[in-house]
Ligand binder design. Structure first.
Ligand SMILES: C[S@@+](CC[C@H](N)C(=O)[O-])C[C@H]1O[C@@H](n2cnc3c(N)ncnc32)[C@H](O)[C@@H]1O
Length: 229
């Protein structure tokens, strides 16, 4: 968040994340940033959707909270390995500046080829669609979720807000109707949270909610699916 000092923190799987002392809050799980991203968003989200839609070779993903770009980067890699064209729209209220991106540490953490892909994601301009690789199209949008008007519908939604302790307003029932309305039939909404009030809000909106095993350090997480028509 702007004006808030951020520093690098090495998480339990050896991958870095950003830490904000002011809120005692991390951009990813301190139990493993990459493990968490791969588990919650890639395995339980994108890969799960692919396994249910084997013949569909394009997927539209929405991310709430672009942050360091780690989820976008891992999704770009998965798009290429799964040979699925991914259109990835990500909103961010407080984009990191270059110094903060460097501080996050992914550019020095990844090997040369992966670093190049990460750089393309970070450097890609905001407010327009950019082709990052043959199978990955990224649109980064600087906006608050509360102010955002959706222009597309989605197969997968990554809900990656800071925790309810830091930003309770992003876990209230009122956050979900506009978002869920954009989910295609068979589409999946995933978040690291297992919060009961979120689960119930998603159920009231007609989604089928399952509590999935969480990433290291978390017993459960939410996956919610819009039933097929
Ligand atoms: C947990 S971090 C996201 C981590 C990110 N997905 C990544 O891979 O690095 C939450 C993000 O949500 C952003 N954010 C906070 N309030 C927001 C709001 N009202 N609308 C959109 N983004 C917001 C924060 O600035 C932060 O970057």
């Amino acid at each position: 968040m702007k004006q808030i000092q951020k520093s690098q923190h090495i998480t339990a799987d050896g991958s870095p994340t950003l830490y904000m002392e002011h809120f005692d809050e991390y951009y990813h799980s301190k139990h493993g940033a990459i493990q968490e991203a791969l588990h919650v968003y890639l395995d339980k989200g994108f890969a799960h959707w692919c396994s249910q839609n084997k013949t569909i070779k394009h997927c539209r993903i929405f991310e709430m909270g672009f942050g360091t770009g780690l989820n976008a980067f891992l999704s770009a890699e998965a798009a290429s390995s799964k040979k699925v064209k991914v259109y990835f729209d990500s909103i961010e209220a407080y984009p990191l500046d270059l110094t903060e991106q460097k501080e996050a540490g992914y550019l020095s953490y990844f090997s040369a080829d992966r670093k190049k892909l990460f750089e393309k994601i970070i450097d890609s301009s905001w407010e327009e669609e950019k082709q990052i690789s043959p199978n990955f199209y990224l649109t980064k949008l600087e906006t608050r979720l509360e102010d955002f008007s959706f222009k597309a519908t989605y197969d997968v939604i990554y809900y990656d807000a800071f925790g309810a302790r830091t930003q309770p307003e992003l876990w209230e029932d009122s956050c979900f109707p506009a978002l869920v309305a954009q989910l295609n039939p068979g589409g999946v909404f995933v978040t690291y949270s297992a919060k009961g009030s979120v689960r119930r809000a998603l159920e009231r909106l007609g989604l089928t909610v399952t509590l999935e095993p969480g990433p290291p350090g978390k017993r459960e997480m939410i996956r919610a699916t819009r039933p097929l028509l």
